[in-house]
Design a protein around this ligand. Structure first.
Ligand SMILES: C[S@@+](CC[C@H](N)C(=O)[O-])C[C@H]1O[C@@H](n2cnc3c(N)ncnc32)[C@H](O)[C@@H]1O
Length: 350
């Protein structure tokens, strides 16, 4: 099986390289409005942002920043297939402007933007990030009433384009081979995710400055979302590609991908590291199988039923739908125009 992965150094407010209805899933994390690290970027996209911030008008700055994201959401609506899913990792911002502290609810503003473009909201996930204890006390410390709750979570907002679900031919292999284990379903489809960072081995950035500048999310987030909301053969799109974590996850999950990113240096860094994808994809697949075997042992010990045998692995599974699961690993990476072509093979267990 082959997949292709294209990356464009460009502005996703205009996705000129993408055809209408050409991607089946969007997984992304935009720059968060009103988080200071993105002030310059939003001011470059629209100078009224800088004016609003300088004059201490937080509401105007918030709206001007979201107006730039809205242009990307317009394009997403065009390139996503009907019934396709969009998953957006977004966090709210807290900020003091002109001496006044408040929260800027990015998730609520993005939700409104998607609903008004004909997307149906689906149940979302709260991703609870590891706490930074030094930031715990905000406001007036231990005296009421002017202390503030510390935000330690972000959202993964989930939308479907339109009200109809995607259709597949009955018993389509590309769907059933992409099934997930029952216990993965229970964990992945829960509405609060903790312990996400580091669960799957990722290409570690030796460059801390780059990691901070890109605000990369852990590999496990796009990997889960891709497994949850796409089938083999689908294309996953990230309009805010950053260091390419979504593409990395799509490569490991055996899906096609496409990305847009303003900062060209991120594309160069990815090119230097893509050679490690075969070993990463093998380790991700093997980790999933090992975890499943641990689950089987625990379930047997507790006397519970495992009703079926997997077709491709020597292991029982809980449900009929899991029998066809077939994990893949990357065995070859070729550079092509605007990206990479990968060859995948069934996961090797040797
Ligand atoms: C929060 S980061 C994404 C990080 C990414 N998920 C990762 O794991 O590395 C947002 C990225 O969007 C890029 N960006 C912001 N506005 C953009 C636009 N209009 N077009 C393309 N890229 C944009 C920024 O340069 C930044 O790299």
């Amino acid at each position: 099986m082959e997949t292709t992965h294209r990356v464009y150094a460009g502005d996703s407010r205009q996705l000129s390289s993408l055809e209408d209805e050409s991607v089946e899933l969007v997984v992304t994390s935009p720059p968060y409005p009103m988080i200071e690290m993105w002030d310059d970027l939003f001011s470059d996209l629209d100078p009224t942002v800088a004016d609003a911030l300088e004059s201490g008008d937080g509401s105007r700055a918030f709206e001007a920043m979201h107006a730039q994201l809205d242009r990307v959401w317009d394009e997403l609506e065009r390139v996503l297939v009907d019934g396709g899913i969009a998953c957006l990792n977004v966090g709210d911002a807290t900020r003091s402007l002109d001496g006044s502290f408040r929260v800027y609810p990015n998730h609520a503003r993005v939700l409104e933007a998607f609903e008004s473009r004909g997307f149906d909201p689906l149940p979302d996930v709260l991703w609870r990030k590891p706490a930074n204890s030094t930031a715990k006390f905000m406001g007036s410390g231990t005296v009421p009433p002017n202390a503030y709750v510390t935000l330690e979570h972000e959202y993964v907002l989930v939308f479907r384009k339109g009200s109809e679900r995607r259709e597949f031919e009955p018993r389509a292999d590309r769907r059933y081979e992409a099934a997930f284990f029952w216990e993965e379903r229970n964990q992945w489809f829960s509405d609060v995710w903790t312990e996400v960072r580091g669960e799957l081995q990722a290409i570690e950035f030796d460059d801390d400055e780059l990691r901070e500048r890109s605000a990369a999310f852990p590999l496990e987030i796009p990997y889960r979302l891709i497994c949850m909301y796409s089938a083999y053969g689908d294309t996953v799109f990230d309009p805010f590609w950053g260091t390419g974590t979504t593409t990395l996850a799509a490569m490991c999950a055996g899906r096609n991908s496409v990305g847009y990113e303003l900062e060209e240096t991120f594309l160069e860094v990815f090119a230097e590291r893509v050679g490690t994808v075969p070993s990463l994809s093998r380790s991700v697949g093997r980790t999933r199988l090992e975890r499943h075997r641990e689950f089987v042992t625990e379930r047997r010990e507790s006397g519970k039923r495992l009703g079926y045998d997997a077709d491709h692995y020597e292991t029982p599974v809980v449900t009929k739908m899991e029998r066809g699961i077939r994990l893949r690993e990357v065995v070859d990476v070729d550079e092509i125009d605007d990206g990479y072509r990968l060859e995948h093979a069934p996961l090797s267990l040797e």
